[in-house]
Design a protein around this ligand. Sequence first.
Ligand SMILES: Cc1cc2nc3c(=O)[nH]c(=O)nc-3n(C[C@H](O)[C@H](O)[C@H](O)COP(=O)(O)OP(=O)(O)OC[C@H]3O[C@@H](n4cnc5c(N)ncnc54)[C@H](O)[C@@H]3O)c2cc1C
Length: 412
Amino acid sequence: MDKNIVIIGAGVSGLIAALQLEAYGYKPTIYEADTRVGGRVQSDTVNGYVLDRGFQVLLSAYPMAQKYLDYEKLSLKSFVSGSYIFKDGKRLCIGDPLRDVSLLGTTLFSSVGSFSDKIKVFKLKRMLHKKSIDAIFEAESITTLQYLQRFGFSNAIINDFFKPFFTGIFLETELSTSSRMFEFIFKMFGEGNAVIPQKGIQEIPNQLLNQLKNSEIKYKHKVKSVRDNTIILEDNTEVTLDYCIVATEASNIISNLSSTTLTWKSTQTLYFEVDASMVFPKYMIGLLAGNENSLINSISFPYSEANANRLLSVSVVKQHNLDETALLAQIKQELNTHFNITTLKHLKTYHIKNALPAIENVCYSVFPSETQLTNSIYLAGDTLLNGSLNAAMLSGELAAKAIHQKISGYME
Ligand SMILES: Cc1cc2nc3c(=O)[nH]c(=O)nc-3n(C[C@H](O)[C@H](O)[C@H](O)COP(=O)(O)OP(=O)(O)OC[C@H]3O[C@@H](n4cnc5c(N)ncnc54)[C@H](O)[C@@H]3O)c2cc1C
């Protein structure tokens, strides 16, 4: 129990690793380059509004989130299961009438896809409910687009719903992401809700941090390199250790991994203040369909205190070369043309270069021992499995388990 265990990174994976090590009785030390926890899960307050650094949601059905988070204390705001689709100046609605019966008419009779497409959506949901997560990740991997076509969906519903919806999740516009990830995410949507804590996504790492009792966090301590039994900080201080979990992209700090640099998917989120009359009647995401030349992928109105004005979040996934001013002008114009929204004030734009790792061979889990790189170095982070909060949590747990197994010789 007195082993010196260091974790690099206080993102979600590093925090879970620390929690799990504490559960075994260890007292890890976390070295974090930033001034706070969360990594890619952070929020800022601007003009009284909570702005998440990039639009993201927690899927309440994630097994790892159910294990580690106290949902009630997070005061989660659930999106209604469905989307508004903005196409050719019209707002259409597709939803899950089994969850919200008021969506029955609008969904069945909306012109988003054919009637047969809508039946297939329910078939897919039922099929994936019965399919285990293990079976999903053992299945053949094709692209999501190929998968949807093989399932028999029409081009209309693929282009008007699946493409914009999953572009916002996979952060790529071609639906080239593995069908395994599609099945997993679709299953999670079917079995729970897309939620955001009322006070912003940062509440998730904050809650994990508050559960830590015996860990020390050293903020503003960037690690320059990692070797067996030693880490070197930016100021060249050397720290000796027994075990180290690298809970961030390892190729940046472990020299013999430097050739395995990951590619990342990027996104931009712009926040505006708008008049309350602009807000959708239901708490849903708005997707822009059928506009190849537009930059906006989706919009939503994150929770903000009810008053005359509200918060609008706009997500951009498509690559472009516009500078800050031109981007803002184009987004405002697209909001006006396609969504009939005029904004009162631009609050902030986030450019997130490294949002999701582009992993070809996504997997759900690995054996704990597979997180071990050398005698003393273990790896965690969503980069190990797949780009999701669930994967980040699971990877932290696996690395902690592996170290405990090594020390105690005990296999769970
Ligand atoms: C815009 C956006 C949208 C997303 N949408 C979703 C979504 O809807 N649903 C979902 O499930 N997931 C989503 N994700 C993915 C999810 O946020 C990540 O999978 C998860 O946060 C990854 O956690 P992590 O601990 O693996 O890595 P990170 O969060 O990247 O944490 C790494 C930590 O290590 C620190 N660090 C890095 N280098 C060093 C160093 N040299 N020394 C010390 N510290 C260092 C960093 O500061 C950071 O705190 C989204 C991510 C983004 C950015």
